[in-house]
Design a protein around this ligand. Structure first.
Ligand SMILES: [Zn+2]
Length: 485
């Protein structure tokens, strides 16, 4: 293969990449570039970040606001899960599952292919390339493939997919086999991506740093080792640039909030009546869609949220107008045609869990002690990126901020392709490229946004930190307090 191979470890944190736990990835990282200040987009959920990776856009730009969301131009009364059947319906009804072109779309214009294989959710796999049928490229997943005709061919050749397990290693091993026996040697796409659903699934179930989640990390690392060994023993490894990334970091659940029940108890009716609200819980965050995008209702929701002990930063769309205490969605990359009126990050804190991992968060699901993400906490918004190959510098650590939104522009740059008219929120990570500028010479800065609101004797305050490199903005963390003036 000569091109780019992207390997994704769902939910892997920087602190997990150490020799004792992940020998293969640690060795890979030591030889290449470590991006030590890498960022997820907010909300720090999987499918939103998968969409940002392949479009180079923030959530406002690609429109996949969260794992559970309302797509108003599809259905303005109900939220939907971002799974393959629903997303296929969105595409059918509106013409677009995502509002921005993906890497696959851009490559197709150049007559090149993007092939993704993943063992996470069907929605995640679908979002990698919602338009493969008429543009080339392919997406492979245990439940479906695009183009559809490929599914039976893959089953005939490689046998049935193993059942989903914890850790999900048998499925991942099957995917690695398809990658190394079919996708890379036979299809030879310009860009291939493989998505490991671990350690995410095991961390959700068993908690971050438990024996079960460590086992998932080790086994995912072993599968990565098999991919690297295959590359090393096949022709053309010298031509392949390999990027390893995770979609988001992780926290431990402090307490759960039944967000739907809480909204109704607060007196907000359902979304089909005036003054009504639809709510979409997303673990560490929650999205609120008001009936008719009503600014008055959005203001009431925001005020109610700010007085809740579990509520962190409150983000408001342009449609909701400037709201005291709220932070405009455009500051954190969320403003766009499919943005909810209000997004709440649930409150987080930096305490250390029993296994030594930092970060606790309130959650709309799960149980205390389990793992979670989706919020604006530092631990969830910071994830991993490593790169190695002929186009990258060797044995270096880059502290310049980077993010999942930089993947698509950087991949196109590696291939020497232009993006045409496609605008990106991300940038080319040129400071990591051989012959690029020294990371020490890249100008970057930080900004802090503060907002506060008085609420019947109490004051809600939120603070959101961002980093900037040129025009590109990365959300570092957001927090809030509720206290006396
Ligand atoms: Zn994930």
């Amino acid at each position: 293969m000569s091109g780019v191979l992207i390997v994704v470890f769902d939910g892997l944190q920087p602190s997990q990449v150490r020799r004792g736990l992940m020998p293969h990835l640690s060795a890979f990282a030591a030889e290449g570039v470590t991006f030590s200040n890498h960022h997820s987009v907010f909300p720090s959920v999987t499918r939103t970040n998968a969409s940002s990776m392949v479009t180079g856009r923030n959530p406002g730009g690609h429109g996949l606001a969260a794992n559970r969301l309302m797509v108003r131009d599809f259905n303005h009364l109900e939220t939907i899960p971002a799974m393959e059947p629903e997303l296929a319906q969105v595409k059918e009804a509106t013409g677009r599952a995502l509002l921005a072109p993906t890497l696959a779309d851009i490559l197709a214009r150049h007559g090149r292919e993007y092939i993704a294989i993943g063992v996470g959710t069907s929605g995640n796999a679908f979002l990698h390339n919602p338009n493969p049928e008429n543009r080339g490229g392919a997406t492979l997943h245990p439940e479906f493939t695009l183009p559809r005709y490929l599914h039976s061919r893959i089953l005939e050749r490689f046998g049935p997919w193993p059942k989903e397990t914890r850790p999900n290693t048998p499925r991942m091993a099957h995917a690695v086999r398809i990658l190394t026996e079919y996708i890379l040697p036979e299809r030879r796409p310009e860009v291939a991506l493989i998505w490991s659903s671990e350690p995410d699934k095991s961390q959700h179930d068993a908690g971050v740093g438990t024996a079960e989640s460590d086992q998932a990390v080790r086994e995912a690392d072993s599968e990565f080792g098999r991919i690297i060994r295959w590359l090393e023993t096949s022709d053309g490894f010298e031509d392949t640039n390999v990027m390893v990334v995770s979609d988001h970091g992780y926290s431990t659940i402090l307490a759960t909030v039944d967000i739907e029940a809480a909204v109704r108890q607060a007196g907000f009716p359902g979304p089909n009546v005036a003054g009504g609200v639809a709510v979409a819980g997303n673990g560490g965050s929650a999205l609120f869609y008001t009936n008719g995008s009503d600014a008055g209702t959005a203001g009431d929701v925001a005020e109610w949220l700010m007085s809740q002990p579990w509520c962190g930063p409150v983000i408001v769309s342009d449609a909701a107008g400037p709201l005291p205490g709220g932070l405009p969605a455009r500051r954190v990359g969320c403003e766009g045609p499919r943005v909810p009126e209000v997004i709440a990050s649930l409150r987080s804190n930096p305490s250390i869990n029993p296994s030594g991992y930092q970060g606790y968060v309130f959650s709309t699901g799960g149980t205390p002690g389990q793992g979670q993400h989706g919020s604006m906490s530092r631990q969830e918004l910071h994830n991993v990126l490593f790169a190695r190959g002929p186009s990258f510098q060797q044995r270096c650590i880059v502290e310049v901020p980077s993010g999942n939104i930089d993947l698509a522009p950087t991949v196109l740059s590696l291939l020497g392709l232009n993006s045409g008219m496609t605008p990106f929120d991300g940038r080319v990570l040129s400071e990591a490229l051989a012959g690029g500028p020294s990371p020490d010479h890249v100008d970057w800065g930080r900004e802090i946004y503060n907002a506060e609101r008085e609420l019947r004797g109490q004051v809600y305050r939120q603070q959101v930190h961002v980093s900037m490199v040129g025009e590109t903005v990365y959300v570092d963390e957001g927090s809030s307090t509720l206290g006396r003036r």
